[in-house]
Design a binder for this molecule. Structure first.
Ligand code: FAD
Length: 412
């Protein structure tokens, strides 16, 4: 043992780990952050910037498998699987299929809504404290449909979302054009999402959060966490250890190995997403637009128009295939006519995805001093402050503001 023992060691300084550190510090804990590269790229830097509180149903929906098979036929379509990776990912895909069964789908949706419906209670104070309020745009979002068939097919899901507390209203073709005049005039229907919002730059949020956590007194240790040595020590790749009374695992898509090191099982895949950011786009979009049939989004960020999407299952180590960014850009040009792609930057990030779309939040059943905060998939930015508030409750021994059973790692 060559380290003083801090109250809490947080592994991972993406938006989730930093938010957990921020909440624990404000509770009076002494915090050490372990991160392999504090300045390096990560999912939290390049995401679409959406505070997507309306996404309260899981990705796995009934009938998804036949749609997925069709998508897989298109090499640059919204879904791709590297066949070399399939044997490793098979248990995840089987669990994904089970998550679409009606009873499980209902239960997961209610658990997602419990988190999403309190996002602003937790996020607004955090944005205020780190100085991010002026780059938070509460203008709703717009889902657009090219065909009557796709709009009709989604009606049950929209009705269910309303039951879950999601506020939305349907727009006709004319109203879609009035709402977002920059869109190509091909959309027959729209759904306006009142409570969705977006931020100006996800990377800036991470930087502001990191600066604030440093100012609140956190200790920063650069190193690769190799294993957790129960009950309160993290072994680093360079042979040193960092000790704490509690350990928070917030290593995004890399968290599985750390859970496994204390005997906890989890199904976690990197759902690799892509985008292109156009700094000089020349398009006036007021809010994030979700293109329902094509499965991509466009967000008017402060740093440019970000056109992103795609779900590629190829593991953590395969090189990025930036043709996916190019394919998204081609879609963006088609549906945002006249957009200028000069200086477009291509990006790939690892969404930490569980098969049921629920994050893993709460203490390890094997080693209660270890607390998990990972697996947020498409919603890590959205659920960051709420996850942090729940983790802070666990660390402080308070009753969590949301019952944590649905998010437990024990479900695997
Ligand atoms: C294309 C795309 C679009 C998205 N759009 C949105 C959106 O609009 N809204 C939304 O809410 N979410 C969105 N997401 C999801 C969101 O970005 C993620 O859920 C979120 O960033 C996950 O945060 P994290 O902190 O868990 O992971 P990360 O940001 O990946 O951070 C994990 C950190 O852990 C570190 N780490 C890992 N292993 C170790 C180790 N062994 N030792 C030390 N350090 C380690 C890594 O270096 C990294 O810094 C999107 C994701 C993608 C890819």
């Amino acid at each position: 043992m060559n380290e003083e023992t801090h109250d809490v060691v947080v592994v991972g300084a993406g938006v989730i780990g930093l938010a957990c550190a921020w909440a624990a510090l404000r509770d009076g804990a002494r915090v050490t952050l372990v991160e392999r590269d504090f300045e390096g790229d990560r999912a939290s830097h390049g995401n679409a910037g959406g505070i997507a509180v309306s996404e309260s149903t899981p990705i796995a929906v009934h009938g998804m498998v036949s749609k997925a098979l069709k998508w897989l036929m298109d090499p640059l379509g919204p879904l791709a699987v590297d066949w070399k990776h399939l044997p490793k990912a098979l248990p995840w895909f089987m669990a994904f299929r089970r998550a679409a069964e009606p009873e499980r789908y209902q239960a997961v949706s209610h658990a997602l809504a419990l988190l999403n419906n309190r996002v602003y209670d937790d996020l607004l104070p955090m944005f205020d404290d780190i100085g991010a309020t002026s780059m938070h745009y509460r203008r709703g979002a717009l889902t657009v449909y090219e065909t009557d068939e796709a709009f009709a097919a989604d009606q049950d899901e929209w009705a269910f979302k309303r039951e879950l507390g999601v506020r939305w209203h349907a727009l006709n073709a004319q109203q879609v054009r009035e709402c977002e005049p920059a869109l190509a005039p091909v959309f027959r229907h729209g759904v306006f999402l009142d409570d969705w919002s977006h931020i100006g730059d996800p990377r800036r949020i991470v930087t502001l959060l990191r600066e604030r956590v440093r100012a609140l007194g956190a200790r920063f240790v650069t190193g690769v966490a190799r294993a957790i040595e129960a009950p309160g020590s993290v072994a680093l790749a360079d042979g040193t250890r960092v000790s704490g009374r509690r350990i928070v695992v917030a290593a995004g898509a890399w968290s599985e190995a750390l859970a496994r090191s204390i005997g906890d099982r989890v199904l976690l895949e990197s759902e690799r997403g892509y985008n292109a950011t156009l700094p000089r786009h020349g398009i006036a979009l007021n809010r994030e637009v979700i293109f329902a049939e094509r499965k991509f989004v466009a967000t008017p960020l402060d740093v440019g128009m970000r056109i992103g999407g795609a779900a590629e299952f190829a593991g953590l180590d395969a090189p990025p295939n930036y043709q996916r960014s190019d394919a998204l850009l081609t879609l963006g040009k088609r549906f945002l006519p006249g957009i200028d792609d000069t200086g477009a930057a291509r990006w790939m990030g690892h969404r930490p995805a569980t098969p049921d779309s629920l994050p893993v939040i709460g203490a390890s059943p094997r080693v209660p001093s270890v607390v998990y905060a990972f697996g947020h998939g498409h919603l890590g930015l959205t659920q960051s402050a709420t996850t942090a508030a729940l983790v802070a409750d666990v660390l402080a021994g308070r009753t969590p503001r949301v019952p944590l059973a649905p998010y437990s790692i024990a479900r695997f």
